[in-house]
Design a protein around this ligand. Structure first.
Ligand SMILES: Cc1ncc(C[n+]2csc(CCOP(=O)(O)OP(=O)(O)O)c2C)c(N)n1
Length: 186
């Protein structure tokens, strides 16, 4: 299963009120084209989806905040997960789409293949982390996404995914426009 297919599946589970932060590059393009709403589609700013999601979750405690991030982005901003683990915002959900690549910039390998994500994240005291390999098995995806989004509490879902083959068009908005549209929803 590819990251874009998982993002598409989310459209059947989200209720439209969630605040979404997506990582720069392909993931933000996919969220922009495949999901609804004015969300935070990061452009250029690599490594920031988790810390921005954390701030948003604390500022908007009655909204579900969903971070959708590539593995390269997640690893770049990894230290912020220690703060997430310490605070444990009940409304913060993090989905890591791990293709073991910096796919956006040409498919260079990340170090993900050498990392046990579940052990690493549990080691930070996030017991609710789940990790699945979706490259051959699509069966449980709807259940897993529902569990992540609809069950209360901090959730981290790490998914091994296949590389996306289709490149979607760039987001046709300046970051300031993205921000202005997003803040209207708060
Ligand atoms: C600090 C910084 N370094 C490098 C880049 C270039 N860059 C943009 S997207 C990207 C890859 C992101 O990888 P990942 O989050 O795994 O997502 P994928 O591209 O695999 O969907 C890179 C290296 C950047 N924008 N900022």
């Amino acid at each position: 299963m590819k990251g874009a297919e998982i993002i598409s599946k989310l459209s059947t589970i989200l209720d439209g009120e969630e605040l979404i932060v997506s990582s720069n590059g392909n993931v933000s393009r996919q969220v922009y084209h495949l999901l609804q709403g004015d969300q935070i589609y990061l452009r250029g700013s690599m490594g920031l989806p988790v810390p921005i999601g954390l701030g948003l979750a604390l500022a908007q405690p009655y909204r579900t905040v969903l971070v959708i991030t590539g593995d390269g982005n997640f690893l770049m901003g990894l230290s912020s997960l220690t703060t997430v683990a310490h605070i444990k915002p009940h409304n913060l959900k993090i989905i890591i789409l791990d293709n073991e690549l910096y796919a956006t910039t040409g498919g260079q390998e990340t170090v993900s293949s050498a990392i046990d994500y579940k052990a690493m994240i549990q080691g930070m005291s996030i017991d609710s982390v789940k990790s699945y390999d979706m490259r051959d098995d699509e069966n449980l995806i709807t259940e897993m996404l529902k569990d992540t989004l609809k069950e209360k509490g901090l959730k981290v879902l790490h998914l091994k995914v296949e590389e996306d083959t289709i490149q979607l068009e760039n987001i046709p908005h300046h970051p300031r426009e993205i921000k202005d549209n997003f803040v209207k929803r708060l």
